[in-house]
Write a protein that binds this ligand. Sequence first.
Ligand code: PMP
Length: 361
Amino acid sequence: MTQVYNFSAGPAMIPAEVLRRAEQELCNWHGLGTSVMEISHRSKEFIQVAEESERDIRELMGIPSNYKVLFCHGGARAQFAAVPMNLLGDKATADYIDGGYWAHSAVKEAQKYCTPNVIDVTTTVNGKRGILPMNQWALNADAAYVHYCPNETIDGVAIDEEPNFGDKVVIADYSSSILSRPVDVSRFGVIYAGAQKNIGPAGLTLVIVRDDLLGKAQKALPSILDYSVLAENDSMFNTPPTFAWYLSGMVFKWLKEQGGLREMEKRNQAKAELLYGAIDHSDFYRNDVAQTNRSWMNVPFQMADASLDKLFVQEAFDAGLHALKGHRVVGGMRASIYNAMPIEGVKALTDFMADFEKRHG
Ligand code: PMP
């Protein structure tokens, strides 16, 4: 069978070693004679999985002890509602940085709970799509917090600057770039991420929340979204997505074995440079994002002749390069190259791109 590289934006690739280990132990987990999916979340065996996964992610990300790590349901979209309902307190507004599709989706949800101060930070740099530097973001002193999305999965736009807004509470939707490089967690009030890109299977959502932000929830907030309730119950207020949690724990262990987030940063930079280099060195392909805001995780690219898109995606698929069709909002192609994508996969893609250009350019 052709070696397959899966460039899906999410659910996305999971490290092959992790899948193989899960396969080996699927039917007889830890000698119990059942799978991990079939045991109680309150059993001592599963509690060990939960505790180890929390220890590992704390170590990987350097999460300070005054932060809770919550393993939730509902994906990032549930957090679009949970954030305002947990954190507005007595404030009527929050700053929402609008830099792309997902940041904008968070605004739309927040409008149900407050009057967001929407700050359009998009700009044009040498004809390409960019983001204003953070010191030009017009934040509002009355806002309960500032929310932004450091990696726009669809647009391929990243905000890599570290936030430095004094005592302002900073909330970040890290769904598509968590664990891709080190982040100084202490700069944030809340970091959240759906698991299905760089953590593990869909169904699990990671929330990292600073202790002093707990206890402000609106009365009408469903308990299942209430950070305090989840923290008091060790993320087991109701039945958690146990299989996704277990597999994510295995991904954390894999990341530690690889050398942690510094090593991931090196690898992700090398992969991104290889792919953007191939795009920039060709007149046949282009990427419309300004250099400083190019995402290392999601790389959209276009061809001058868009009528070739379908053929590109089909031929790439036949060559084992899957899920390269761009999101309908942006069109063209998109390669998502999260932690689990080896550099060999990106090399196979750039080789294919060169060959396609030779035949159709
Ligand atoms: N935020 C970002 C940055 C995303 O990429 C996505 C999913 N593609 C979402 C939010 C929505 O995530 P979910 O489907 O887990 O609700």
